[in-house]
Design a protein around this ligand. Structure first.
Ligand code: SAH
Ligand code: SF4
Length: 363
C-alpha cells in the first residue's frame, strides 16, 4: 500500500452524530463514563428538539458539551442553494457534502396540511433509467445513513421555524434506496423513532426501480412503510428500453417479488408510471398494464414525464392520461395522476441533478 492510500485514522476523525443509531449513540456516551440517561437526553436534543448547536443542549453538563464539540460533529450538509417554485408549494435545497458531492432535497406542501420531504439516498444513481436526470449523471456514491437522515432533519427545522411539522417523508430523491439498502433502512428507523422525529411509518414511502432481492428482504422487515415500484412499462421489451435494470430482473421476476411482498405484509403497493407521449400512454399499453396487474392489491400513479436534458420525450397530454386512467380502472385497479410539482425549479420527479451551473441556468 502506498503512503497515499493509508486509511485515515478513525481516532482523529470527529464522529458524525447523525450516523449513529440510538444504540450506537448510547455506546458512545457510556464509553465517556456518562450515565445512560445522558445518551437519552442527547438523542432528544438531536431528533426531538432538533437543535443545531451543542451550546443549546443546556440540560447536558458543560464538560460533556465541550467533549461533544471537540470529538463529534452535528452536520455534514452545507446548504449551498435553495430555490422556491412560483406556486409557493415546493422548495428545493442543494447541499454540499465534505467530499464535494452535491445532493438535493425537496420540500412540498399538499392540501395545506401535509408537509413532505423528498430525500436523496445516493449521490447520482447507477440504474441509468433513460428519462431520469439522476440516472443521466451516473453513480457517485452511497450516502451514509446520517447524510440521509440529516436531510429530513433539516426540512423539519425549516418547517418548525414556521410553526409547522414535517409529516411525511418519501425516499424518492436522487438515487435508488434499495441499492443502498442498510442505510435506507436505518434512516427509516431513525425517522420513525417515537422519541425523535416521530414520523408515522405509514407516512413514509420508499420507491424502488425494482431490485428484486431487496423487495423480498423488505417484506421481512415488519414495517408499515409504503412501497412504490417504478414500473413505466408493461412489456419487457418496452421496460428494458427505458429501465436497463429490467434486463437483470424482468417483469415476471419483479411481479413475483411484489406478489410475495403483498402476501407477506398485506400492504397495498403503488406502481409508478412516468407517462411519455406516444411511448407508454396508449390505449394498448393501458390494457397491457391492466392485464398485468389485474387482481393485485395495488394502485397505479401516473406521473406526466418531467423534462430532462438527456431525454427528448414529452409528457402525455391530459386527454391520453384520462383515457389511460379509465382503461386501467376498468380492470378494477385504482389509478390516479400525480400533480406535477416544482417543475420551474427542476424539483419534479426525475429532475434532480446536482449541478450548480444547471441550477443557475434554470433560474
Ligand atoms: N430510484 C427510485 C426512487 C427515485 S426516482 C425509483 O426509481 O423508483 C422517483 C420516481 O421518479 C420514480 O418513479 C422514477 O421512475 C420517476 N422519474 C424519474 N425520472 C422521471 C421523469 N423525468 N419524469 C417523471 N418521473 C420520473
Ligand atoms: Fe435511479 Fe430512480 Fe432515476 Fe432510475 S429513476 S435512474 S432508479 S433515481
Amino acid at each position: 500500500m502506498s503512503l497515499n492510500n493509508l486509511p485515515t485514522n478513525p481516532m482523529n476523525d470527529p464522529v458524525y452524530l447523525p450516523d449513529l443509531g440510538r444504540d450506537e449513540l448510547t455506546t458512545l456516551i457510556l464509553g465517556w463514563d456518562q450515565p445512560r440517561y445522558r445518551a437519552v437526553q442527547l438523542w432528544e436534543w438531536l431528533y426531538h428538539r432538533k437543535v443545531d448547536s451543542f451550546d443549546r443542549m443546556y440540560t447536558l453538563p458543560e464538560r460533556m458539551r465541550q467533549r461533544l464539540a471537540a470529538e463529534t460533529v452535528l452536520t455534514r450538509l452545507e446548504l449551498v442553494q435553495e430555490l422556491h417554485s412560483s406556486d409557493g408549494e415546493t422548495s428545493k435545497y442543494l447541499f454540499k457534502l465534505p467530499d464535494g458531492q452535491l445532493i438535493e432535497t425537496v420540500l412540498m406542501s399538499y392540501d395545506g396540511v401535509r408537509r413532505t420531504a423528498c430525500i436523496s439516498t445516493q449521490a447520482g444513481c447507477a440504474m441509468g433509467c433513460v428519462f431520469c436526470a439522476t440516472g443521466q449523471m451516473g453513480f457517485a456514491r452511497n450516502l451514509s445513513h446520517g447524510e440521509i437522515v440529516e436531510q429530513a432533519l433539516h426540512m423539519a427545522r425549516i418547517l418548525e421555524a414556521d410553526g409547522e411539522r414535517l409529516s411525511n417523508v418519501v425516499l424518492m430523491g436522487m438515487g435508488e434506496p434499495f441499492h443502498n439498502y442498510e442505510n435506507s433502512l436505518n434512516t427509516i428507523r431513525v425517522l420513525t423513532d417515537e422519541t425523535g422525529l416521530n414520523i408515522g411509518q405509514r407516512h413514509i414511502t420508499v420507491s424502488t426501480v425494482g431490485l428484486v432481492p431487496a423487495i423480498y428482504q423488505f417484506a421481512e422487515e415488519e414495517l408499515q412503510v409504503k412501497l412504490a415500484i417504478s414500473l413505466h412499462a408493461a412489456t419487457d421489451e418496452e421496460r428494458t428500453s427505458l429501465l436497463p435494470i429490467n434486463k437483470r430482473w424482468p417483469l415476471n421476476d419483479l411481479l413475483a417479488a411484489v406478489r410475495a411482498y403483498i402476501a407477506k405484509t398485506g400492504r397495498r403497493v403503488t406502481f409508478e408510471w412516468a407517462s411519455i407521449a406516444g411511448e407508454n400512454d396508449t390505449a394498448k399499453q393501458a390494457h397491457s398494464l391492466g392485464n398485468l396487474l389485474v387482481g393485485l392489491h395495488c394502485h397505479v400513479n401516473l406521473i406526466p414525464l418531467n423534462p430532462t436534458s438527456g431525454y427528448d420525450g414529452k409528457p402525455a397530454n391530459p386527454h391520453h392520461l384520462n383515457q389511460f386512467v379509465n382503461i386501467v380502472e376498468s380492470y378494477g385497479i385504482p389509478c390516479t395522476v400525480r400533480v406535477r410539482r416544482g417543475i420551474d425549479i427542476h424539483a419534479g420527479c426525475g429532475q434532480l441533478k446536482a449541478a450548480l451551473a444547471g441550477l443557475q441556468h434554470s433560474e
